[in-house]
Design a protein around this ligand. Structure first.
Ligand SMILES: NC(=O)c1ccc[n+]([C@@H]2O[C@H](COP(=O)([O-])OP(=O)(O)OC[C@H]3O[C@@H](n4cnc5c(N)ncnc54)[C@H](O)[C@@H]3O)[C@@H](O)[C@H]2O)c1
Length: 280
């Protein structure tokens, strides 16, 4: 299936449906793990589980996305989305030397967490994001832009209706509202980094803006192993404590409730950690 859509099968991925191998994900009741010894990372003494848990996905994802921004001293990075991945991207951008990070979302507690990480924030329901970014960057645009939203981006106005309608009649698989906005907002010669997942086909990508402004695009499924050691060192040195992103700790029996509040962004939920053996 992947070959038919993408030309080649990119890889097998846990929990990414039959298109990418049909491997059950880490949250399945049982998962078969080929070459399990290769996937392990030995954690030194003195670190808590919560400090290192996110080395398995979202911390490397945010970090690789920031690395893909080609950050240079003085750079301004704008990040669409303030979900868990974006929260790590914000902190990683600062670790990599960004001078300013501007984060965009509409969920108040997510915007607050971004602010706590040092970002300036924009609520896309309250401001015109493109205009606000121009204003905040002296009319020049951010040096790098990042789409940490992906294929289920929330669109507004006519554009939002367009994507919904095309998706409903199966003429478009992905809703790339944030990506469109990011490409248009980026400064000339800037970089577009996309950690957000896309699955198939996205319409109305502003290729004219992309080409004429000479932008560079970098993306990909995260190379998690590549980042184990350097990010573990950052945690050990105290540069970052990834447990900041945890808003809920629940026993395994309350997993359905955890999924419910995460999916519907209830109870200020940003990241749930399930603790088998812990009583309710
Ligand atoms: N590349 C990888 O290897 C990799 C790894 C993990 C996750 N991801 C992907 O990263 C993306 C983010 O993951 P997450 O867990 O943080 O997701 P999430 O759903 O918790 O966060 C997405 C955020 O985007 C916001 N949003 C929606 N539309 C927006 C818009 N138009 N403008 C600005 N913000 C908007 C939402 O309010 C939400 O807070 C997803 O696509 C996920 O699949 C990629």
């Amino acid at each position: 299936m992947a070959e038919a859509i993408m030309g080649y099968s990119p890889s097998g991925i846990f929990g990414y449906s039959h298109m990418l191998g049909g491997y059950a994900g880490g949250q399945a009741e049982y998962a078969r793990v080929p070459h399990a010894d290769v996937g392990l990372c030995k954690i030194p003494n003195g670190l808590t589980d919560e400090q290192v848990l996110f080395l398995s996905d979202i911390f490397p994802t945010g970090y690789m996305a920031a690395e893909n921004c080609n950050i240079q001293p003085g750079h301004i990075v704008a990040i669409w989305g303030c979900g868990p991945v974006a929260q790590f991207a914000i902190r990683s951008a600062f670790l990599l030397g960004a001078e300013r990070v501007i984060a965009i979302d509409r969920v108040p507690e997510r915007l607050q967490m971004a602010k706590d990480g040092g970002a300036e924030v924009l609520n896309f329901e309250q401001v015109d994001v493109g205009e606000a970014l121009k204003e905040m960057t002296g009319g020049r645009g951010p040096d790098a832009v990042m789409d940490a939203v992906g294929m289920e981006s929330h669109g507004m106005g006519l554009e939002g209706l367009y994507d919904k309608a095309k998706q409903a009649v199966r003429l478009e698989t992905d809703r790339p509202h944030a990506l469109r906005q990011a490409i248009v907002a980026c400064r000339k010669g800037g970089t577009v980094s996309i950690p957000g997942v896309f699955g198939g086909f996205a319409d109305k990508i502003p290729m004219g803006a992309f080409m004429n402004k000479a932008l560079t695009m970098k993306t990909g499924q995260t190379h998690v192993h590549r980042y184990f050691t350097p990010l573990l060192e950052h945690i050990q040195k105290g540069d970052i404590d990834p447990s900041f992103v945890i808003t809920h700790r629940l026993p395994l029996e309350q997993a359905p409730h955890g999924y419910e509040i995460f999916k519907h962004k209830k109870d200020h939920c940003i990241k749930v950690v399930l603790k088998p053996g812990q009583s309710a």
